[in-house]
Design a protein around this ligand. Structure first.
Ligand code: PRX
Length: 659
């Protein structure tokens, strides 16, 4: 354990005791019976039928868990269609209920009732079918936060096609790699979108990606987001989305029934190698698990106005911005401009009477920074539950969130999960389980977690180790494949990388360090590998550092996060006399283009060297200690221990003297 972890754990020992759910919430919560944990244990895996029962099936699953470990198969003989579950069944009962309320960056508003959503999804599905999209084909979506994105996802689901959403802020290279890796049939993109007030040309980025990509697309469909603000011309194999849908207005497309184990989508995420990894999710297991947790952890019900602040381009937006809430049949607020002004959340809650709000600690920290006074003029009393995801939240920030966005007694669920897990696995049940600020909570009913040491042996409570899961769960991905590895099935890859067989059975390695307390509550300490998280976005340290080193004049770079999740980059430049401000700008631009805007370092510290072991490995842990202003660990293994003091004073200097 390093010094940073030790001081974190010591601080944890002084934290608050458990906080009980408020009585009024408990009385109406989706789950309020504490025996739910035992019932799941006693009847596992059958207990997971409860999750399957959140859905409407074409053929009810008889088997709950099948397949050969670790290629588990959930509800393998069940059949269903995801779009029917997220749209059609609500149209039957509540056609006029709002499904999606969209607010654009220029204040535009569009609302879709479930009946409207059904019409839009059917027309888009008919359009895609006309372009030749069939069950099992992959459609890549490169769209910002506009209603056409969830509509296109659901249109794919209706046809049994697999969507591959690429976050709109990713570069042309990233899109090309994902088009190829997923073996895409069709690309849906847009002319452009507003980015920090300017009309940004997304189409030209998509064009570049198509030139670099090796797949032979049947068509590229282009949504007109900007109207007259940006004129783009369409090539012969390009189709206008609006015209395509208009030509199928009123058409009903029969939903294609899928096996529960068929792919619903693939999502590429950063692994340790820098190669994007395709994570494949299933139709039945995934959808059951997200619907169940939307209901039981986020406590969302049809009468809510629910706001998930994550971009649909990432897994949180898939599971809890689209599939979970629409499966539950609630009203979803979708806000295109949220990422520009996350600190104005109170305004949105007030204006739309948001009842359940789910976001990341990064957003909450931006609110804290702006100050409680900025919230006072708004009325957030509609909020009845708050959620957080993506990074650890400190108890101070947790309380601030509860006191200022909530009313001081609002339940807060800190939810742990990953792109690979599909849905929430560790969290409190808001009507049952006491909350411990800073800890994500115990495993949910039906989930088994174990913190182990490097040899795989369980560690004692209070001792840090690696978080593993000892039983499968319905939302687990059915496979992963690296970008260059299209020929191998996902299941083979999963078998080799994520799951390990031990004397006690199979275990899934999460890649997170964690510590569990006497009550079984888990605190997440960070990643064991070289994956960085910032603004809820995940990318590999290697990719970020490569982008920085690609800047002319930069020799070496190492990136870490500080205790607030901000990215600090240590950069060695050739002494060419160029002012550092130039380098800063070039680095920011390179990272934004090659990686993603969220990866742009918050602080760049110029130094003459990086601390290295005798074998030449950069000691990132030490750099993290410097960034966190913590006691430095042992430097005796370093080839150049003197550099550490130099870097520490450069950090202090950098903090006090803006250029
Ligand atoms: O390190 C954990 C962190 O986010 C990682 C998963 O990232 P991603 O696949 O992008 O999914 C993000 C949305 C689920 C995890 O391995 N993480 C996620 N939730 C938490 C968290 N760290 C601390 N507390 C959490 N609640």
């Amino acid at each position: 354990m390093d010094e940073g972890e030790r001081s974190y754990l010591d601080a944890g020992a002084q934290r608050d005791d458990a906080i009980d759910p408020r009585t009024s919430f408990r009385e109406s919560a989706a789950v309020s019976d504490p025996t739910v944990y035992e019932r799941f244990t006693e009847t596992w895996p059958d207990a997971w039928r409860r999750a399957a029962a959140c859905l409407e099936w074409d053929r009810d699953p008889q088997t709950v868990l099948g397949g050969e470990p670790p290629a588990y198969e959930w509800f393998p003989d069940g059949r269903l269609n995801a779009a029917v579950n997220c749209v059609d069944r609500h149209v039957e009962t509540r056609p006029n209920q709002l499904a999606v309320r969209w607010v654009g960056r220029r204040g535009e508003q569009r609302s879709y009732t479930y009946a409207d959503l059904s019409r839009a999804v059917n027309a888009a599905a008919a359009g895609l079918r006309e372009l030749g999209v069939d069950a099992g084909d992959v459609v890549t979506l490169y769209l910002p936060m506009i209603p056409e994105l969830p509509v296109a996802m659901l249109a794919c689901a209706r046809l049994g096609a697999v969507h591959n959403v690429v976050f709109a802020g990713l570069s042309a290279e990233a899109l090309a790699a994902r088009l190829d890796a997923a073996d895409s049939t069709v690309l849906i993109t847009c002319d452009g979108y507003y980015r920090r007030g300017d009309a940004f040309n997304q189409k030209s980025r998509a064009d570049t990606a198509r030139v670099r990509s090796e797949v032979d697309l049947a068509a590229t469909v282009v949504v007109d987001r900007l109207g007259d603000a940006l004129e783009v011309s369409l090539g012969p194999d390009e189709v206008d989305y609006g015209a395509l849908c208009a030509s199928h207005e009123g058409t009903t497309v029969d939903p294609v029934t899928r096996r529960a184990t068929d792919r619903l989508f693939v999502m590429y995420t950063s692994g340790t190698t820098g190669q994007p990894t395709g994570v494949e999710h299933t139709t039945g297991g995934y959808l059951s698990h997200v619907a169940w947790t939307t209901r039981t952890v986020l406590d969302v019900r049809p009468t809510d106005t629910y706001f998930c602040a994550a971009d649909i381009g990432w897994v949180t937006g898939h599971s809890y911005g689209v599939y979970g809430p629409l499966a539950v049949g609630t009203t979803v607020l979708m806000d295109e401009g949220f990422s520009d002004t996350p600190d104005r959340i109170a305004e949105r809650i007030d204006r739309h009477d948001v009842t359940v709000f789910y976001t990341s600690p990064t957003t909450i920290r931006s609110l804290v920074k702006r100050g409680a006074a900025a919230l006072e003029e708004y009325d957030c009393s509609s909020i009845r539950l708050l959620g957080t995801v993506g990074e650890s939240i400190t108890p101070e920030t947790w309380h601030w969130y509860r006191d200022h966005v909530g009313d001081g007694e609002t339940p807060v669920v800190d939810t742990w999960w990953q792109t690979e897990t599909g849905a929430i696995l560790l969290a409190t049940l808001p009507g049952v389980t006491p909350m411990k600020p800073g800890a994500v909570g115990p495993p949910l009913p039906g989930i088994d977690a174990l913190v182990v040491d490097e040899d795989g042996d369980p560690v004692d409570p209070g001792e840090p180790g690696v978080l593993t899961l000892t039983a499968p769960w319905p939302g687990m991905c059915r496979g992963r494949h690296a970008g260059d590895d299209r020929t191998r099935t996902g299941d083979d890859r999963t078998r080799e990388t994520d799951w390990v067989e031990t004397d006690d059975g199979w275990r899934y390695r999460t890649g997170d360090r964690a510590v569990v307390d006497e009550d079984g509550y888990v605190r997440i300490l960070g990643r064991v590998d070289d994956v960085l998280k910032a603004s809820g976005t995940r990318f590999s340290v290697g990719t970020l550092e490569a982008a920085i080193v690609g800047v002319d004049g930069v020799v070496e770079a190492a990136a870490v996060t500080d205790d607030r999740g901000a990215i600090v980059a240590y950069v060695v430049t050739r002494s060419d006399g160029r002012p550092r401000a130039d380098h800063r700008e070039a680095i920011a631009a390179a990272v934004e283009t090659d990686v993603v805007a969220a990866a742009v370092p918050d602080q760049i510290v110029f130094t003459t060297d990086l601390p290295k072991t005798r074998s030449g490995k950069v000691m990132r842990r030490l750099l993290a200690d410097v960034a966190r202003d913590e006691a430095l660990g042992d430097v005796s293994a370093l080839r150049n221990p003197e550099i550490v003091g130099e870097i520490a004073s450069a950090v202090r200097e950098d903090a006090s003297t803006p250029e």
